[in-house]
Design a protein around this ligand. Sequence first.
Ligand code: GRF
Length: 190
Amino acid sequence: MEKYPGKKNTAVFISGRGSNLKSLIKYSRKKNSLIKIILVISNNPDAKGLKYASRSKIKIYRIKSKSNFENNSIKLLKKFNIDILCLAGFMKILSGNFIKKFSKPILNIHPSLLPKYKGLNTHERAIKNKDRFAGASIHKVTEKLDSGKVILQKKVKILKSDNVKSLEKKVLKIEHEIYPKAIDKFLTNF
Ligand code: GRF
């Protein structure tokens, strides 16, 4: 179907706010970017990010059904010749079967310095443990949660005055910065 010379057909899965999606859309619109975002799929019909995507003239799909999410989304990924799938604030765990069936790279952004703090509440755990640094990581998605090879990560200092909210804000800023960079890195020399 659609093919853009020099750019990989990309799909993004989201579940909520979509600020990382926004940064990916901005990046994809740059002349030298290596991706073209073809579609955005959400498992949450009310995800805010969907509005931004459709305003940006990107096809959006809401797949509410838990049991059909994977089958329906695989069909769309195949139909639109998707080369790479980016998870951006996507709160559902994809099965090994899905990863195998799609057979193309899947990347995810995680708000911690992996392998530290896989799963949820990463900032809370970093503060509780009195860590000096927090950060964000982009990694390949494998069957094991938040465990695939890290492509890029960046850290920020945790100050004594930080709380979960302030840390989340600092890390989110980094997330927006490194996801596009990680895609570039992955598609050029990973
Ligand atoms: C981000 O912190 C992401 O790392 C985490 O969920 C948050 C989603 O934010 N998995 P957004 O939807 O991209 O704004």
